[in-house]
Design a protein around this ligand. Structure first.
Ligand SMILES: *Cc1c(COP(=O)(O)O)cnc(C)c1O
Length: 367
């Protein structure tokens, strides 16, 4: 594709020298797992998120699973979540032995609807996973109020929302625990897999720290049940430490790009994401339109990459056929799956590239 959805080569090129130096520092230290780089990154990332603790883990899905386990979620528990976020939350819930309760999303933000959560929770609901989809903060004040009234802890899935803010507070610092992925294409990406859990609760932090390594609280002493092996490694931590200082700049450039898309597409009949300082998505720029698949092919023919996040809602995935869960009405979730289209959106795009895509979309929308 002439203009891809994301371009990691362009993204990483300006940092090539620093990244190589960081990797070499680890190689010459001979220390590869849970060492000084992970420790330093955990401290820097916790501070960045405005949380007291960060715990590096193997990936974002493990972060969610270990967060659930730290809260004591297991078999028979029901965990409320959305069905439009790519199976990540569902995978973690099922791995923890629990059952998903799907809650519909808000028509405009496509994040969890507080009203639908209120209607859905029952005495079986033991936790809520709120996803900041596309790097757009969910309506945390209301969601926390609804969950709080039922005394249910909230886990944030902030795997698309590193650095996103609401009311001046960062994603990951609102709930009992916040979960991040450092998959290479995320806003803050490693050179492989990685993830983190952040929390300001010392007891939960201690549990996650034990759960990521066989339940150990001391070397070879396993005291926390449900542990496994899911660790962040030194090379990834060193890479992430090079990139973290650039995250705010990258997010700011994405917001600029969203502004260019908006100015060029407003009035075209295409539903656009918000662009306000805090409301703007920091990860993916997702529009909604009828004739999605047709327009997608026309863009492809012009060398413009697009994607669909996500084409199949979790409750309709083939792998869910044998899974028992409470059926709920998800009309907005289902409509969105047929209409969402992800446009190229990465900090290194030129204004000209964004304008060209918008122009073409406008002309396609007319035919
Ligand atoms: C990527 C992602 C995850 C999972 O992260 P992995 O590191 O791939 O396991 C979880 N939630 C959301 C919203 C994501 O985008």
């Amino acid at each position: 594709m002439r203009i891809p959805v994301n371009d990691l080569k362009r993204h990483d090129a300006p940092l090539a020298g620093q990244l190589a130096a960081a990797v070499n520092r680890v190689l010459s230290s001979g220390w590869y797992i849970l060492g000084p780089e992970v420790e330093a990154f955990e401290e820097e990332f916790a501070r960045y998120c405005g949380a007291a603790h960060a715990i590096g883990v193997g990936n974002g899905t493990d972060a969610l699973e270990l967060a659930l386990r730290a809260l004591g979620i297991g078999p028979v528990a029901e965990v409320a979540t959305v069905a439009n976020a790519g199976m990540y939350g569902t995978t973690a819930i099922l791995r923890a032995g629990a059952t998903p309760l799907y809650v519909d999303v808000d028509e405009r933000s496509m994040t969890m609807s507080p009203a639908a959560l209120r209607a859905g929770v029952s005495s079986a609901t033991a936790a809520v996973i709120v996803t900041h989809l596309y790097g757009q903060m969910a309506e945390m004040e209301e969601l926390l109020a609804v969950a709080g009234r039922a005394d249910i802890p909230v886990i944030e899935d902030a795997a698309q929302a590193h650095g996103a803010e609401r009311a001046g507070r960062k994603a990951g610092s609102w709930g009992a625990l916040g979960c991040f992925s450092f998959y290479p294409t995320k806003n803050l990406g490693a050179a492989g897999d990685g993830g983190a859990v952040v929390t300001s609760d010392a007891t939960l932090a201690r549990k996650v720290r034990a759960l990521r390594q066989y339940g150990w609280t001391d070397r070879f002493r396993s005291t926390v049940a449900g542990g496994r092996n899911s660790r962040l490694d030194e090379v990834q931590a060193a890479v992430l430490r090079v990139k973290l200082p650039h995250l705010d700049g990258w997010n700011a450039r994405r917001r600029e790009i969203a502004g260019i898309y908006e100015r060029a597409l407003i009035g075209s009949g295409i539903a656009l994401p918000p662009t306000g300082l805090e409301a703007c998505p920091t990860h993916l720029y997702v529009i909604r339109l009828q004739k999605r698949d047709c327009i997608r092919s026309a863009l492809r023919a012009a060398g413009i990459g697009t994607d669909v996040h996500y084409p199949v809602p979790d409750h309709r995935q083939e792998s869910m056929r044998g899974v028992a869960f409470r059926q709920t009405a998800l009309p907005v979730t289902e409509a969105c799956a047929d209409e969402v289209l992800t446009l190229p959106y990465f900090p290194e795009m030129t204004d000209g590239e964004v304008e060209e895509i918008a122009e073409l979309l406008r002309s396609l929308q007319l035919v």
